[in-house]
Design a protein around this ligand. Structure first.
Ligand code: FES
Length: 168
């Protein structure tokens, strides 16, 4: 991680400008950004630790707590809200058995809402990892969850509802 951050930082005249790429490298390495990692990033760059904390806690693409294997980031800004993101959120909470901000007990899914993803033309939009999924409705969302479950070798989303249902 240190070598990658130093190589990235060499492209910037001001080390403070290298914090964002350094955090991306660190998060890819560790999965999330706990305090010791943030401090290490600051030390590698030779910048104030508070500058690193500020960026890591401001942007939703950085995670200071562990997230599931699939981080579902549903946009809830105006365009997506007008096109049904609230219904999608309720559906996701029901299927996954968690509330917004939560992670499924098996560590497979974390569910978050985020500000505009800059893809309003295909609202409602959800980001999963580096991929955007747009024009979502309940059926497309279900198909997407099924693909993710299968990719992880887990039960499908429909089966998760049955398994997670009271008495199921
Ligand atoms: S409002 Fe959802 S992508 Fe812009």
């Amino acid at each position: 991680m240190r070598e990658q951050i130093e190589a990235a930082a060499a492209r910037y005249p001001d080390q403070r400008s290298a914090i964002m790429p350094a955090l991306l490298i660190a998060q890819k390495e560790h999965g999330y950004l706990p305090a010791p990692v943030l401090e290490e990033v600051a030390d590698i760059l030779g910048v104030e630790r508070i500058w690193v904390y500020e960026l890591a806690t401001f942007y939703t693409l950085f995670h200071t707590t562990p997230v599931g294997r699939f981080h579902l980031q549903l946009c809830d800004n105006v365009s997506c809200m007008l096109r049904g993101s609230e219904d999608l959120l309720r559906h996701l909470e029901a299927v996954l058995g968690i509330e917004k901000g939560g992670t499924t007990p098996d560590g497979l899914f974390t569910l978050s809402t985020v500000e505009c993803l800059g893809a309003c033309e295909m609202a409602p939009v959800m980001q999963v990892g580096d991929d955007y999924h747009g024009d979502l409705d309940i059926a497309r969302l279900g198909a997407l969850l099924d693909r993710l479950c299968k990719a992880a070798g887990q039960v499908t989303s429909a089966e998760r509802v049955v398994v997670g249902a009271p008495g199921g």
